[in-house]
Ligand binder design. Structure first.
Ligand code: G3P
Ligand code: MG
Length: 233
């Protein structure tokens, strides 16, 4: 089972910051998940629409400009990074799961990936684009069919993973609250990877291993990797 750092190593550093991503790289993760919002037409790494959730600023991301965003503290004196800054840091060391949080961010994200593929050490398989907005994923499929898609759900749909095959996804990303064996089996029969968020407790890691999920998103990548290593010997 692969370990994906959720918003970086967000259990031990401020989420979606360069420090959190560096800690995840140091832990030796298989992948890093991050969230993308749009500010002044630039893709930035931030989970919430409201700045006050994770910074010392106030207001909605859609109402501010990049200069104001970059003046804010996202934790430990760090500013909210641009997607490009984070890709430069990761530089092909692991998979990057870019979660689209904003409407109309597809072109900006694709431009950053195009740059990373041309100028950095990434290969196309190292990008995985996910979203709860499946229309947005459909747009990505049309514009860049070579990129892997992760269909996010917080639900347990009646038709199980059908929604993910409908958009030709590579993986389905499910909340731990509702995941069950029937869903995992259905997704696997469709050839989909099953990735589960957010898995922080040892008991939950054991449960995900039992279900046969392929990867977990965790806020504590270092201790999760140590635990998996400890039970594999
Ligand atoms: O991508 C998995 C997970 O991050 C989705 O939910 O709210 O943590 O972005 P959220
Ligand atoms: Mg996310």
């Amino acid at each position: 089972m692969q370990i994906i750092a959720h918003r970086g190593a967000s259990g031990t550093a401020p989420e979606n910051t360069i420090t959190a991503f560096q800690l995840a790289l140091d832990a030796g993760v298989s992948g890093i998940e991050l969230d993308v919002q749009m500010v002044s037409g630039v893709a930035v790494v931030l989970h919430d629409r409201w700045l006050q959730k994770t910074t010392n600023g106030m207001g909605l991301t859609q109402d501010i400009d990049l200069a104001y965003l970059q003046s804010l503290d996202a934790g430990g004196g760090q500013s909210v990074p641009r997607l490009g800054d984070v890709l430069q840091l990761i530089n092909g060391s692991c998979l990057v799961n870019i979660e689209l949080k904003a409407p109309d961010c597809e072109l900006a994200v694709l431009a950053e990936i195009e740059y990373a593929l041309a100028a950095l050490n990434f290969s196309v398989e190292q990008f995985l684009i996910s979203s709860f907005n499946h229309h947005s994923l459909q747009k990505i499929k049309q514009l860049a069919p070579e990129l892997k898609l992760g269909a996010l759900t917080a639900n347990l749909p009646l038709s199980y993973a059908q929604f993910a095959t409908d958009i030709q996804a590579w993986s389905v990303h499910c909340a731990i609250d509702f995941i069950d064996q029937a869903f995992v089996d259905d997704a696997h029969q469709r050839g989909l990877q099953v990735w589960v968020y957010t898995v922080n407790q040892i008991e939950d890691i054991d449960a995900m291993l039992k279900l046969g999920v392929d990867a977990i998103f965790t806020d504590y990548p270092s201790r999760s990797i140590q635990y998996l290593n400890s039970i594999s010997c």
